[in-house]
Design a protein around this ligand. Structure first.
Ligand code: APR
Ligand code: PHB
Length: 393
């Protein structure tokens, strides 16, 4: 088998890359270890930046998102029982966010890619191994339907997430890893209930952080800060709802809307970046190269920004025989990556209770929250980062 670009992983990064390359007439094959059904049903985040939405619309992938997604023009920061709205529309020049689940984006991408050509994605592949990545003819070995296969390509795109195999082929020498883990995780639920709020609520509380998000008029997504090593079996539905109610307490008439919890799980939180995001003919994109804690909802948006650059760089290589955009790929992406790393770390630090924090640290957090909601300059900074900086960042 031969394709110009071999893509490992059918997450937002790998699928969007293959779609964008096809629009440029560049052939590729996506190798995915999970089944299509699993990819299309895994619950992840659901906030799309304005630039992500504009890109998906421009390339013909916006139809269902516009119909089923919800545009939000602000968020609420809640502390000391009071809510404070950050008005994106006013502070970020009419820009907003769209709530549309990541797996819905993936369903749209897979359907669109399958319309473009036959078998552009192989699901259920095993033992993916990258070879000769520093030569100009790299190979990918893998198993599919019990047969050993080999894909020859010009380039490999490592879009296989944080636990994939791509990053592991990069030698330590010449690369730097930056990482931070946090002493808490998020317990996330899906709950069949009407929305508890028109917009997302990020709540700082002495019992820990809580977040109200949404998926549809009848399905809501909510999170509470918890011990990252805790067992989900320790959390009954009653306990989760009790904790949400307590952490979102409000002096106003606010009520948590409840119903059956249909899904629950705990995720750990970390920040991580590898520099550069390239080795020989291997280009990393998305979670394979960087992770942010979910507090700023940047993960999927960063993956999309990476592959937008990567698709342009490949197009320039094949159409104009220029390698300049491939050479600057990592530097270009890392500027935006570090901005998002800072924003996500900052939101996380401001809104969570850290087990080792003393009263001094907590007073600093409160001072930061008060400044953020009352200074137009500070609110504007939050708003423009949340809706997403232009792709030129
Ligand atoms: N071989 C083939 N596929 C693999 C391998 C492997 N060895 N390892 C992982 N994969 C697949 C995973 O099954 C997954 O479908 O790669 C895909 C990676 O997708 P994501 O983890 O979604 O990563 P990415 O496309 O970079 O998107 C980042 O998705 O995970 C969220 O929070 C994250 O929002 C962020 C966004
Ligand atoms: C989500 O809806 O899953 C979500 C929303 C906001 C975040 C993280 C996740 O910051």
């Amino acid at each position: 088998m031969r394709k110009r670009v071999g893509i490992i992983g059918a997450g937002p990064a790998g699928l969007l890359l293959s779609y964008l390359l096809s629009l440029e007439g560049i052939d590729s094959l996506v190798l995915e270890s999970r089944s299509r059904a699993e990819v299309e049903s895994t619950i992840r985040a659901g906030v799309l930046e304005q630039g992500t939405v504009d890109l998906l619309k421009k390339i013909g992938l916006g139809e269902r998102m516009e119909r089923e997604g919800a545009v939000h023009q602000g968020i609420e920061l809640r502390f000391d029982g009071s809510g404070h709205r950050i008005n994106f529309h006013e502070l970020a020049n009419g820009r907003g966010i769209t709530l549309y689940a990541q797996h819905e984006v993936l369903k749209d991408l897979i359907a669109a890619r399958l319309k473009q050509e036959e078998q552009p994605i192989l699901f259920n592949v095993e033992n993916v191994q990258i070879a000769e990545i520093t030569s100009d003819q790299p190979h990918i070995h893998f198993q599919h339907e019990h047969e050993q296969k080999e894909l020859e390509c010009d380039f490999v795109a490592g879009c296989d997430g944080f636990h994939g195999v791509s990053r592991a082929v990069i030698p330590e020498q010449g690369h730097h890893i930056f990482s931070r883990s946090y002493p808490f995780g998020w317990l996330g639920i899906l709950i069949q209930a009407p929305p508890s709020s028109k917009e997302l609520i990020y709540s700082y509380h002495e019992r820990g952080f809580a977040l109200i998000s949404t998926r549809s008029p009848t399905l809501q997504r909510m999170y509470i800060q918890c011990d990252p090593l805790d067992d989900i079996a320790n959390w009954s539905d009653e306990l989760i709802l009790e904790e949400l109610q307590a952490r979102l307490e409000s002096k106003d008439q606010w009520q948590l809307q409840v119903g059956p919890i249909t899904q629950k799980g705990i995720v750990a939180m970390r920040s991580f970046v590898i520099e550069p995001m390239q080795h020989g003919r291997l280009f990393l994109a998305g979670d394979a190269a960087h992770i942010v804690p979910p507090t700023g909802a940047k993960g999927m948006n960063l993956a999309i920004a990476d592959v937008r650059h990567l698709a342009r760089a490949f197009a320039r290589f094949y159409q104009q025989q220029q390698t300049d955009l491939l050479e600057t790929y990592s530097t270009t992406c890392l500027r935006r990556v570090w901005r998002a790393e800072h924003f996500s770390w900052w939101m996380t630090s401001m809104l969570h209770r850290f087990p080792d924090d003393d009263a001094f640290q907590q007073r600093l957090q409160r001072a930061q929250l008060e400044y953020t909601v009352s200074s137009r300059a500070a609110s504007t900074s939050l708003a423009e980062n949340y809706v997403g900086l232009p792709f030129t960042w």
